[in-house]
Design a binder for this molecule. Structure first.
Ligand code: AGP
Length: 606
């Protein structure tokens, strides 16, 4: 949940680390810090708030340093202040940490007889533990190995020791860490974004791996056996992690949705033919049941998929939040496929759900954006989202990519289960260019969403209501609105409103109704009218065909109308419109759109 970086090389470590921390700031941004050495002595500088505060504080130090470690924090244990910010130093050991030490209280109780703790963090305790073992052995690798056996929880640590000022150590378990070398420069970071301006080649650390960087990188497993690592290559470009002229990453990433369509079509369905899907997604005929697991927006795409899978492929589908799945009783079923959805591929709850499913002998498929992430590596099969780096905390293009892949999967499942003929499938697939065209038109027509946003941004609360697939879209639309604009927003199954919640409807409260399914449209429309009768303002989000039926009723204050494509794909442009609406509402409110309060992009803690 935090961003970490270590550097040793020919450039000024302060500059490399600050630029890396800025690129990692989406992982956490409540405080930051750096430890860097000039002439063998480390200085530690920390600041509350953004990395730019740290950068300003460092600007007076003109001395060049060639080695250092840095951290940008999303607070778990202890307030976001300077004392709790990383790096932490105890004795001769200084480190930065991403993760959570679950047994830190127990460890602290033992270590407090030897060490005095200044912060409220679990990290300082881990630092003391490592220092304790570093004092018992002249071999730092042995000390780290010993510390690993004592720590429960998740960690990526980058560590330096006063008595080895020219060496960086690192180790990880359940939190990501990559290592790279370009000429005589060495980098350790939470992810590739931090170092992409120097290199796109990197090594991934596995569970328990420990590394040492002096004038080379030495890799060891948790038993300290030297190991070789495969060099990975990031296929994107630096543009992926730049705003490229947009005001925010979020709006840039919404525009990237056109690229997402291109990537997915080119890689998975180049001929718009079912054989493409069979070849690239595989066969699923042996399964009688699917359980989809994810968190936040990934859970919402799962919910949308449930309706698509059940409506069209007639396969029983459950959707579970990963944080719930991991604590429920699993009934192993060889005919059940567990589908894990995650943009980052590192979300702690989803990763644990995957491990539990595997431990119960079930087949696992992950739909993941970040290449070679833990969930991608550990699942039996993976379908990559091909959305490129997503930086804004609020997911947009990755959600869209997940939804498109799940829509395609539902077409494949429907075909495999005899619910669609080859011809029907291929006709649906041939609609993909329409989807691109529709999205392009929406993006070219941004002013429309800006105007609605201008009218509603002062609202304090709103509802999104819908049925079936539309309800799943409401869940995502509502999350998008609340997470970046801080307007209290609820997604509700339209028919459920009158069982209590309708009492919250007040004069002029916005109720957005998503209505795209012909057979149940009249039901949701009448639920919208029930709120209208209680004074609400209605935003009707629908398709052109349905709008024709309801246009004359004139019960709505605002409308968003998308072109009909086909029942598998219509949901995608709807989401783009509502992402734009949330973006502009947050923009009018003047909120910090890419880094909303209290949030971080990658939730690698429970
Ligand atoms: C959505 O905008 C959020 N950033 C959040 O709900 C996110 O989708 C969730 O934390 C899951 O992340 P993942 O896809 O990386 O697993």
């Amino acid at each position: 949940m935090c961003g970490i970086i270590g550097y040793k090389g020919m450039s000024d470590a302060k500059k490399v680390i600050i630029s890396g921390l800025k690129a990692l700031e989406y992982r956490g941004y409540d405080s930051s810090g750096i430890a860097y050495s000039t002439n063998g002595k480390y200085k530690i500088v920390k600041m509350q708030g953004k990395v730019s505060n740290l950068e300003n504080k460092l600007s007076t130090d003109t001395e060049i340093s060639n080695i250092g470690i840095g951290h940008t924090r999303w607070a778990t244990h202890g307030k976001p202040n300077e004392v709790n910010a990383h790096p932490h130093k105890i004795g001769k050991t200084t480190l930065v940490h991403n993760g959570i030490i679950e047994n830190y209280v127990e460890l602290k109780n033992k270590l407090k007889e030897i060490y005095t703790f200044k912060s409220e963090t679990d990290t300082e305790v881990a630092c003391a533990l490592i220092d304790y073992y570093a004092n018992k052995s002249s071999n730092k690798l042995e000390a780290l190995k010993k510390a690993q056996t004592m720590i429960n929880g998740s960690y990526a640590f980058v560590i330096i020791f006063d008595d080895e000022p020219e060496t960086i150590y690192a180790m990880r378990k359940n939190s990501p860490l990559i290592i790279a070398q370009k000429d005589n420069n060495f980098y350790v970071a939470s992810d590739i974004a931090a170092i992409l301006s120097y290199t796109n080649k990197y090594y991934l650390l596995d569970q328990g791996d420990i590394i040492k960087i002096d004038d080379k990188i030495s890799f060891y497993n948790s038993e300290l056996t030297p190991i070789n690592k495969k060099l990975e290559e990031y296929s994107g470009t630096l543009n992926d992690v730049m705003k490229n002229g947009y005001d925010h990453f979020m709006i840039k990433e919404i525009h990237d949705e056109l690229i997402v369509y291109k990537n997915i079509i080119r890689s998975y369905i180049p001929n718009f033919d079912i054989t493409d899907l069979e070849k690239n997604f595989g066969t699923f005929t042996k399964y009688e049941k699917i359980t989809i697991v994810g968190c936040g927006s990934a859970y919402h795409t799962g919910l949308a998929a449930k309706y698509l899978f059940e409506n069209y492929a007639h396969i029983e589908t459950n959707v579970e939040m990963a944080s719930e799945y991991r604590y429920r009783t699993i009934i192993p079923n060889k005919k059940e496929l567990i589908v894990l959805i995650s943009q980052s591929g590192e979300t702690a709850d989803t990763l644990e759900a995957l491990r539990i499913a595997k431990a119960n002998g079930m087949d696992t498929l992950s739909i993941v954006n970040v290449l070679s992430s833990s969930i991608a590596r550990e699942s039996d099969k993976v379908i990559y989202c091909l959305a490129g780096c997503e930086i804004a905390v609020a997911t947009t293009k990755a959600y869209l990519a997940q939804l498109l892949i799940l829509s395609l999967l539902s077409i494949l499942l429907s075909y495999e289960r005899g619910k669609l003929t080859k011809e029907e499938v291929n006709n649906y697939l041939k609609d993909l260019p329409k989807l691109q065209k529709e999205t392009k038109e929406i993006l070219d027509n941004k002013k429309y969403y800006q105007d609605i946003a201008k009218d509603i941004y002062k609202d304090h609360e709103m509802f999104f209501i819908g049925r079936n697939l539309d309800y799943a879209l409401c869940m995502e639309a509502s999350l998008k609105m609340k997470e970046i604009s801080y307007i209290h927003s609820e997604a509700y199954a339209a028919g459920e409103l009158k069982h209590g919640t309708i009492s919250l409807i007040e004069k002029n409260m916005l109720v957005a109704g998503i209505v795209t399914i012909d057979s149940i449209a009249p039901k949701t429309i009448s639920n919208l009218k029930e709120t209208l009768a209680r004074g609400s303002n209605i935003l009707l989000v629908t398709t052109k065909k349905l709008f024709k039926d309801y246009e004359k009723d004139n019960f709505y204050k605002y409308t968003i109308v998308v072109n009909n494509i086909n029942p598998f794909f219509e949901c995608l442009p709807i989401i783009t419109t509502l992402q734009l609406l949330s973006y502009y509402v947050a923009l009018y409110k003047g909120e910090n759109i890419d880094q909303p309060r209290n949030l971080a992009k990658s939730v690698t803690v429970e």
